[in-house]
Every structure is written in structure tokens, then in C-alpha cells.
Design a protein around this ligand. Structure first.
Ligand code: UDP
Ligand code: MG
Length: 318
């Protein structure tokens, strides 16, 4: 019987220190799972260190190792997408290079899919150990907000680490959008999903590529990509303020008719002006976010550009 193949996709951005640990660790797991064939796809996301050289060496040593190298840094989302498109396995998993996604969960994930009929097994960390408390706080708020606003469920603490059947992978690849927010895309395609929980693991080497601001922008992207509620909120806010303004006008007209017209209310007028112009800017900003995303989508730019792959080395692969 032909062995079923599992593809392991690993986005790498400046991970020269972490990759050797990662490979060693995953290699151990693949040895335990000898009933399966494996394919490693490392996606070098425009690293500025020696990541690509490390990958080339690995490819020489182990012919299961493939790599794609981007022409510049396109971001983890693009790297994951490229990996999914290049994957040939019957099952596909995405793992970070820093071993924060424990490879030892893999056999259990495969068992759940094969024996319990799930299509995809996701992982979520139940603790945020080792993370600055302020970051955890904002992350929690983000999940609360987006789950209220969007029909698509975003699971708090969900990682990109998951095992999927070929069918799920093909569904994800069929979503061609430019602004990719994977956590949402994975929920969007549906299928039976099982969540495995684990304690947060700290990075094995190197440091995180996510600054606080990058995360804030990523959060806004997630909201814009998966709900249009902010647009409705802007409209409702506008209506509300019009209503308040109308009441205030009636009040002032009556007051003037009854008590005469002493000139006053300078400070309150300035406050009101500032307040309303602030709201206007905010709403325009919200509309702008959606417009900008639409603009980028209509350009139909590729999500990533590949500069070289293992095939360019003329190695033993097809
Ligand atoms: N990564 C990437 N491109 C980027 C940023 C990150 O491919 O622009 C990869 C990185 O090499 C790692 C994974 O995405 O394998 C997760 O990144 P990181 O560990 O920095 O994020 P964190 O775990 O802190 O959320
Ligand atoms: Mg990490």
C-alpha cells in the first residue's frame, strides 16, 4: 500500500538559529510515524540572515526537504499560502520554525483525522506564558470584539499550527484574496475542526518578528477582512449625533425664546466642534480602511514572488 504523505510547511524569516533545532525535533517525530511519507517545505520569506544557506544545506542532506525562497519579505501569511500551493501531501500541516508549535502533537492530530473523522485539527494555546501582560490583554480584547462583530468564529489563542486534509487545503487555496488573514480563512472554509489545547511554549532561539504595532495593524486587518460591521457602526454613530444635535437645536431655540439671548456657550461650542469633527475623521478612517483594501484587491497583485526553489539547484527532485 502506498504510504500517505504529510507535508510540513514552515515559514522562515531570519530563522538561521532556529531551523537546525526545528529540523532535528521534527525529524524525530517523522521517525516515529514511519507509516507515513514526509515532505518538508520551508518558505524563506526574504530573510536577511543565512536562512537560505541553512535550507540549501538541509536540502542536500535530506531529499524530503524542499524550499521556496521569496524575492523579498512578503509576510507570514504569504509564506503560508505559498507553502500550501506548493504542497503535494495528502495531509498538510503548518509549523513555525521556532518550535512554538510542538511537533510531538502531530501523531495525535493525524489519529483524530483518520480515526475520528475530523477534516482539520487546529491547536490553541490555553496560556500566554512568557508574553507581556499588556499584549495578552489586548489580544483578549481583540478576540472578544471580532467575535461579536463577525459571523466567522475566531478562536482565542488559536495558532496557525494545524493539520488539514487535502480537501481543506484545496479549499483554502481556492480563496485567492490578496489580503489574507488565515485565522479567518480557516474558519471561513468550514469543515469539521477539532481543537487541541496546549500550554504556550517559548521560542527555542532567535526572537519574535512581531512588534506590538505590527500586531495592532494585523488585528485591524482581521477586522476589515471579516466583517463590515464598523461601516454600519459609523452610520449609526452619525445618525445618533444628528439626533442629539436636533434635540440641542430645539432646546436652544426654546431657551432663546423664553429667556432671551445672552451670548454665551463659547467653550461648549468648541468642544462640540472638536467632538463632531473627530467623529467625522474616525468614520472616514473606517471607510478608508475598507476602500484601501478594495483598492489593493482590485490590483490583483500576486501574494508572493518566488526567487528560487530547490528545483533550481538541479537536485534529485522532480
Ligand atoms: N515569519 C515569516 N515572515 C514574517 C514574520 C514571521 O515567515 O514576516 C515566520 C517566522 O519565521 C516564524 C513564524 O512566522 O516561523 C512565526 O513568527 P514569530 O515566531 O516571530 O511569531 P510569534 O510566534 O512570536 O507570534
Ligand atoms: Mg514564534
Amino acid at each position: 500500500m502506498k504510504k500517505e504523505k504529510i507535508t510540513i510547511i514552515t515559514p522562515c524569516y531570519n530563522e538561521e538559529e532556529a531551523i537546525p533545532f526545528f529540523y532535528e525535533e521534527v525529524d524525530k517525530v517523522t521517525k516515529q510515524m514511519s507509516n507515513n511519507e514526509f515532505e518538508f517545505i520551508f518558505v524563506n520569506d526574504g530573510s536577511k540572515d543565512k536562512t537560505l544557506e541553512v535550507l540549501k544545506k538541509l536540502n542536500k542532506k535530506d531529499n524530503r526537504v524542499r524550499f521556496l525562497s521569496f524575492s523579498r519579505n512578503f509576510g507570514k501569511e504569504a509564506a503560508m499560502f505559498a507553502g500550501l500551493e506548493a504542497s503535494t501531501g495528502d495531509y498538510v500541516t503548518i509549523m513555525d520554525a521556532d518550535l512554538q508549535d510542538p511537533p510531538k502533537l502531530l501523531p495525535e492530530m493525524l489519529r483524530l483525522i483518520k480515526e475520528e473523522g475530523y477534516d482539520t485539527v487546529g491547536t490553541r494555546r490555553v496560556t500566554r506564558k512568557g508574553e507581556p501582560p499588556i499584549r495578552s490583554f489586548f489580544a483578549r480584547c481583540f478576540y472578544k470584539i471580532i467575535n461579536k462583530m463577525s459571523k466567522i468564529e475566531m478562536v482565542d489563542g488559536a495558532r496557525d499550527y494545524r493539520l488539514m486534509t487535502r480537501q481543506v487545503v484545496d479549499a483554502i487555496i481556492s480563496l485567492k484574496e490578496y489580503n489574507r488573514y488565515s485565522k479567518g480563512l480557516f474558519s471561513f472554509v468550514g469543515f469539521n475542526t477539532k481543537w487541541l489545547e496546549y500550554e504556550n511554549v517559548e521560542r527555542v532561539a532567535g526572537e519574535t518578528k512581531w512588534s506590538f504595532w505590527k500586531l495592532v495593524i494585523y488585528a485591524i486587518e482581521g477586522i476589515v477582512a471579516f466583517t463590515t460591521i464598523p461601516l454600519s457602526l459609523a452610520a449609526i454613530l452619525g445618525l445618533l449625533i444628528c439626533f442629539i444635535a436636533f434635540c440641542a437645536i430645539v432646546f436652544i431655540v426654546l431657551k432663546t425664546l423664553i429667556y432671551g439671548d445672552p451670548v454665551g456657550g463659547w467653550p461648549s461650542m468648541v468642544c462640540i466642534l472638536l467632538f463632531t469633527s473627530g467623529i467625522q475623521l474616525l468614520c472616514m478612517g473606517i471607510i478608508g480602511q475598507y476602500l484601501a483594501k478594495t483598492y489593493l484587491e482590485t490590483k490583483k497583485r500576486p501574494v508572493y514572488i518566488v526567487k528560487e526553489t530547490e528545483k533550481d539547484l538541479g537536485g534529485k527532485h522532480e
